[in-house]
Design a protein around this ligand. Structure first.
Ligand SMILES: Nc1ncnc2c1ncn2[C@@H]1O[C@H](COP(=O)(O)OP(=O)(O)O)[C@@H](O)[C@H]1O
Ligand SMILES: [Mg+2]
Length: 261
């Protein structure tokens, strides 16, 4: 992650992604600009949030359309200076500090700089006292924070996080949110998925509202929460777009698309 090339803007132009014949991301166009702060990809379960994050990280190919980073379509991630944390991060059988060190070494960071970054990352995530603890002995919340520490230590321009607080209790969730706010204050740009409205209200400066593989609304968070324009976004904000039903309570979709699910 030592090239000077910026990953911005990430532009998705008429992107489709399908599994076999089933379209999952549908004609999606969006620009992730270089603005400060945190953008939340918000939407019910199964909306396509994880797929969209993977497309933005270049680890999933667009089947149709194009994704570009800073004007280039080469998903050579090292040059894009972005790091992703998956929903269920995996840690190696070594200490918390050792896990971060491994990632930094992999990215070619010199040893002297690595020690400084590891210390700063553990400090930022409140894990300093666990630096020598085997990562796999940490609690779920601590492991999630360690994954954030590992990604942040790479000094990325953009952090992509897939539901970083899913399955955590409220206290552990709060700790993660505090870490995210510190990272943002430190100048890190974050693109994060969440199905948690309250969390999005607490953290987001921008919102991308995704539903059944399509962006229904993309705007500043204040605008999205105060004056959403899209019917489905309004229903989601009222808590009426129930993600655990096969069919949403709110119907019909104004675009009357031929979705099979
Ligand atoms: N590789 C895949 N093959 C088939 N279906 C998939 C695949 N990946 C995701 N899906 C489906 O695509 C939809 C969107 O998935 P996902 O992006 O994980 O949603 P979200 O993260 O919003 O919950 C879901 O219905 C999911 O089951
Ligand atoms: Mg997901």
């Amino acid at each position: 992650m030592n090239s000077g090339k910026k990953p911005y803007p990430i532009v998705l132009d008429k992107v489709w992604f399908h599994a076999r014949t089933k379209p999952l991301i549908k004609d999606l166009s969006s620009t992730i600009a270089a603005e400060d702060g945190l953008t939340v990809i918000l939407g019910p379960n199964g909306a396509g949030k994880s797929l969209l994050l993977r497309l933005c990280h270049g680890i999933l190919p667009a089947h149709e359309g194009q994704v570009t980073w800073g004007g280039a379509d080469d998903p050579g991630l090292k040059e894009h200076r972005q790091a992703m944390v998956f929903q269920r991060p995996v840690h190696l059988r070594r200490s918390a500090a050792g896990n971060i060190d491994f990632a930094l070494k992999l990215h070619g960071m010199p040893k002297a700089k690595r020690a400084m970054r590891i210390e700063a990352a553990l400090e930022l995530t409140g894990l300093s006292r666990y630096q020598a603890t085997p990562a796999r002995l940490l609690s779920f919340g601590e492991q999630q924070r360690l994954a954030l520490a590992r990604a942040w230590a790479l000094d990325p321009d953009l952090l992509l996080l897939d539901e970083p607080t899913a399955n955590l209790d409220p206290a552990a969730q709060r700790l993660i949110e505090e870490v995210l706010l510190k990272m943002i204050a430190d100048g890190t740009r974050v693109l994060m998925s969440s199905h948690d409205l309250n969390q999005a209200r607490r953290l987001a400066s921008h919102v991308i509202f995704l539903y059944r593989g399509r962006i229904k609304e993309q705007s500043a968070a204040v605008k999205f929460f105060d004056e959403p324009e899209n019917d489905l976004a309004q229903a989601f904000l009222r808590g009426e777009l129930l993600w655990w039903r096969r069919k949403a309570v709110f119907a019909p979709d104004p675009e009357k698309e031929n979705d099979t699910f």
